[in-house]
Design a protein around this ligand. Structure first.
Ligand code: MRU
Length: 463
């Protein structure tokens, strides 16, 4: 059995009252921005995260080339981005050492970089529930690794007990944040590998290895998908004839929320890397302040010019003609294109529509839920009242004030100009374009090497 998490799951999460200080920034940092290292760091990070550096070192030049140069893959490819060299300040939200998933505690950012150590699926579920780690793609990857950690701890457990524990862990993880489909998608994938080996198999090693391989594959594929998505997104950004491209974004969709790279913020950083003249309006994202605390922090590290705005100022800026494009991420995209994302996204879409501003959703196809025909079928998480009643430890409303705290809202597909995915930029009618893109992704995965396929034998013949 997994131990009880070494934390109090019922503890109220109220952010530290310390004044935020945004580290880094400055023009010199702009020279070291992480997007410049995209391909190299991306794979280095993936390798670190999944503890697979040795595997990558063994990768044949041919296989590595196929991945680092997407031009060798068969299906539609994003425009090339050329990169690597020096170190950067970019942070993945987690890293691994044997038996431990070290997760950056995002509740403490930007004031401190502290890690929460998870040793099991139960502890990862706690971290996800409490938003120690957040962002749909990031929690999917963490959940997959959590399942692998628990499977490894159950190598010698009897099959029935193992099955009960794994099913319970999968259930706890999937329920930890109900809106982000990436979470259930990742857990289901890892559990499918378990069932493939045999859910009552005596071979705990085989089960643990299969589940670990699937978790590694998920991290690898997510990383690659986000890179493709960013390149597709960059290609459709129209530079104004004068002045910077003014991008409004919401919540946090950078490496902290996505794993290694980013969705909406990945597109932004692709533009920055391409030396586009760019300025980002960062919505603060009440009540959890992902924009104010995390996106500003990441953009400062990457050297991307940006300005923090109160969420409620977006309409004013649009009315003044100071926003050229809105780009947000997604927690779940229904089959008809309706998209659940951080609460406030819908308001931005309505405003963008009113002002004739393109409103883009940037998300990997793993955020698509083909079983949800429309936005009404997407469960919307409601969170604790204290997240609204308190601001960084300070109560801002009378005690016992009634609170509604929906964490997400749904933007109808007809307000979305395009959905930027790892299979290209999709336009309405979304039922057809999404379904076709999902098929293309499957075709790409069928021919492209997966992380598993990269576990090639080294000179000694050991895989
Ligand atoms: O509540 P959060 O911080 O997990 O919400 C995150 C978002 O809404 C993101 O926009 C989404 O997950 C897409 S990319 C991280």
């Amino acid at each position: 059995m997994d131990p009880t998490p070494a934390v109090d799951p019922d503890a109220e999460v109220v952010a530290d009252p310390v004044e935020p200080v945004i580290p880094g920034g400055g023009a010199d940092l702009a020279r070291r921005r992480f997007f410049r290292q995209f391909a190299g760091e991306l794979f280095q990070s993936a390798a670190t995260v999944v503890g697979a550096a040795q595997a990558l070192q063994r990768v044949s030049a041919e296989a590595a080339g196929a991945i680092l140069d997407p031009g060798t893959l068969a299906v539609e490819e994003p425009p090339a981005i050329v990169l690597p060299s020096a170190p950067t300040g970019f942070r993945t939200p987690f890293r691994e050492s044997p038996g431990v998933l070290h997760i950056i505690d995002q509740r403490r950012l930007p004031d401190a970089i502290e890690e929460y150590d998870a040793h099991s699926a139960a502890e990862v579920a706690y971290a996800i529930r409490e938003m120690i780690i957040r962002g749909a793609p990031a929690i999917g990857q963490a959940a997959a690794i959590g399942m692998a950690l628990t499977a490894a701890r159950l190598r010698t457990t009897r099959p029935y007990a193992r099955r009960a524990t794994l099913r319970g862990a999968a259930q706890a993880l999937s329920a930890a944040r109900p809106t982000a489909i990436n979470l259930r998608w990742a857990v289901d994938r890892v559990m499918a590998r378990y069932v493939e080996v045999g859910d009552l198999s005596e071979d705990g090693d085989a089960i643990a290895e299969a589940m670990r391989a699937e978790a590694d594959t998920i991290v690898f594929e997510t990383t690659e998908d986000h890179g493709r998505l960013a390149a597709f997104g960059l290609a459709i950004l129209e530079q104004p004839s004068e002045g910077p491209l003014r991008v409004l974004t919401h919540c946090n969709t950078g490496p902290l929320g996505c794993g290694q790279f980013g969705t909406a913020l990945g597109v932004v950083q692709a533009a920055h890397h391409a030396e586009r003249d760019l300025h980002v309006w960062v919505g603060e994202t009440r009540p959890y302040l992902q924009g104010a605390r995390l996106t500003t922090w990441e953009l400062a590290q990457a050297g991307v010019p940006h300005t923090l705005i109160p969420d409620v100022a977006a309409g004013h800026l649009m009315a003044r003609g100071e926003v050229d494009v809105v780009i947000v991420g997604a927690d779940r995209i229904a089959a008809n294109g309706d998209t659940a994302n951080k609460v406030g996204s819908y308001s931005l879409a309505v405003l963008a529509d009113r002002h004739g501003i393109p409103f883009y959703v940037a998300a990997p196809l793993s955020s698509v839920d083909p079983e949800a025909p429309g936005g009404d079928a997407i469960p919307i998480e409601e969170r604790k009242a204290n997240e609204v009643l308190y601001l960084r430890g300070q109560r801002i409303a009378p005690p016992d004030t009634a609170v509604r705290n929906p964490a997400f809202d749904v933007t109808p597909g007809d307000l979305i100009t395009a959905i930027i995915t790892d299979e290209g930029v999709l336009r309405a009618p979304y039922p057809a374009s999404l379904a076709a893109a999902v098929e293309r992704r499957a075709a790409r995965r069928a021919v492209a090497p997966t992380f598993d396929a990269l576990h090639v034998p080294d000179a000694s013949g050991v895989a």
